[in-house]
Design a protein around this ligand. Sequence first.
Ligand code: ATP
Ligand code: MG
Length: 782
Amino acid sequence: MYQFLDDLNADQRAAATAPLDGVLLVLAGPGTGKTKVITARVAYLMLHYKLPPEDIVVATFTKKAANEMVERLDVLLAQFPEVDHKKLMIGTFHSICVRILRRYGRLIGLNSGFKIADEADSRHLVKKAVKTLSQEGVDLASKEQDVKSYKNYISSHKNKAQLPDDVPSAKSANHRNKYLDIYREYQEELLRNNVIDFDDCLLLTHTLLKKHPYCMGRVKHVLVDEFQDTNAVQLGLVYMLSGYNESHLHNVTVVGDPDQSIYGFRNAEAENFFRMEDYYRQKGVTVSKVSLTQNYRSTSNILNLAEQLMGQQFGKREQKKLKSNKKVNLPVELFSSADNKVEAISISKKIKELVDGAVFRCSDVAILLRAGFLSRVIEQELIHSNLPYQVVHGRSFWENKEIRLMMNFMRAVASDMDWLGYSRCLEFHVAGLGPKSMQIIEDLFMEQRAHNEPGNVLAILEGIAEGRVKGIMAKSVAGIKEVLDIIKSSRKLLLDDKTEQEQLSTMFNNIVTKTKLVSIIAKERADKHDSPEEEIEANLNELQNQLVSFNIQEETLLQDAYETEDLIEVADESFDALAETSASLDKLTQFLDSVYLYEETKDAKKTAPKITITTVHGSKGLEWPVVFVPALCDGILPSQYALNTSLDEAKRQAALDEERRCMYVAVTRAKERLFLSYHHRALGFSMGDQAKTKSRFLNLPKGFVQSSKAAMLKGPPLNLSQPTSRFANVMRSSPSLNTTYKGFQPASKLTGNAFTPEGLTKISKPTKKRLGMGRPLRFLKK
Ligand code: ATP
Ligand code: MG
């Protein structure tokens, strides 16, 4: 029928072509083609059931996953130009929600020009809320850790779809009441500042659709990948998005794997599979299920290890019998190191071997970490070894001062209502502007907001420049005039008669030049770096590239939503506001949204071939031929939290199980080679060195992993009759490798250079020692 269906196995095809009506659940293990199925199903819905792409919502877990799906659709649909899949409403739940809110947020009192608060904004506003309440006489602790616990409280309620009025425990415990007061005040602060936080993206859309479900009434099918990581709000959104269109009620496809549920800390619940099933069955909707067992990603050694790992879980779980389709099956290797530095050296040596052997390219290799801080030591070693790498998903880049500042200046360019963005620009650029002056400006802004006007920081600054505001020093007025010039001239550049890329690029350069931020920040950093300018410029270049190459999403679905008169009016107003702006300003806004939504803005695969370093959480749904999972120590994976003996037993077990699933996700990313490692000592922590022990997850029966040394000597079992293409290449180019592959090499034949399965390598010192190499005299004596 359709060629893309021929690429699927029978079970996959059944899922992709399931009837349009009703609910389809695909619960299956890693690498069984769930994402492939959901992509094929989207194509099938458009081609066979003739659903317009703009009526289909596809929620993916990362922006990158969405981009990849669109790319796969480019190929699948190449012969069907009549289907414009670029119009699909596809992205993360957060980005889909932001687009809905930009269009219809007004219906719940949100200004369409809102910005998304980042971590710093949000902390700042919690602190402000605490301050306000303290001034009103409420006794509140305000240390950093208190602020953190207030934030956690707020976030956990938001993830349960509870705004302050919905919090059930409000009346009971006294200290909870204080927390709730902070929550309430914090929401007010957000509104006053015209920002929404990360959790609000979902929660406010939830609120909007509850009140005005017809907004998204045209949706005819909702598909969700990685469903095991949805939380209560996201589940609610699926119900609402699929529940309004009378002719297409409850048409939902979700795929996922409960064993890969690793977002419990964000209140995700794998039980949502079962909740959803019950919910729809009670409504009388047909629920069908498909399971997939053929794995197309990993070798059987990798799958066996993964299954063994999960078998030791506390919680109940169905055994999985995944079949591998790989011919080559090398052992999973495990190595231990004296400390984390030595571990990093071993990893880069191993990568060098693999790459020098021409078996793999750097881009085939990923290093997956339980926590971002673990990357520093490894990065240092990769730099030292001249191995190109990229840290994907790390926030560290975005935390550089030059990046944060540029983002704030661009926020100011994109919106006059963004007081938080403006305030950071003023703090940086305007000399002598102390807290008192800042308070004067903020009060003016809040006053405007209190009168229900959209606060306009630019207008206030103009007032100051014209001498109409009292209390600001002359020196600061001069600085404020400069900020005004930077913002206005940048905006003008966005309207120039140039291509969008050129507009954005010159606007960016304009800010960099006029703020002089390179030399200012370089001075601050001079004592820590040899050439800070170079580093700052490189970071700015990277940011500029990301901005200019950012892909704007089409707004089709939002442009002709369900036809209800009030709604159209509201939507049109928001659109008029946008219509006055330029296309590059829209792009700037979307770029800022995506950064503040913690989305990957660039496609890692398209850049030069580099090793990928990412967190396990960032690796979801992805795969690499070679995967390293270092730092498998108790206290890292499983994390210290899960080992906390003061937790009650049930909580501790649940936490340990989530850590175990984390490791499961990590190991199941590997296609051909998997290297696990741990260290006995962690160096360089501020509190001094720390002794470490091997992760309890590595207590496995014999035969699942092989220590690295042993693997080098024995030569792993290998089926040479049908090598994969990659291996075939190596063998052709290096005939001597064939012999080594076949089995054990007698010591007498080994020279300084030995072949290992991965290619050419030097024999390690301990191995030489064991073989008596390099000591001919002693040999002779014997
Ligand atoms: P995860 O649980 O990690 O998200 P998944 O179930 O979504 O995994 P996919 O990423 O869709 O799995 O597929 C894994 C790999 O197997 C991909 O490289 C995909 O192209 C390949 N694959 C899936 N199905 C088939 C098939 N029928 N024939 C050949 N290759 C397939
Ligand atoms: Mg997937």
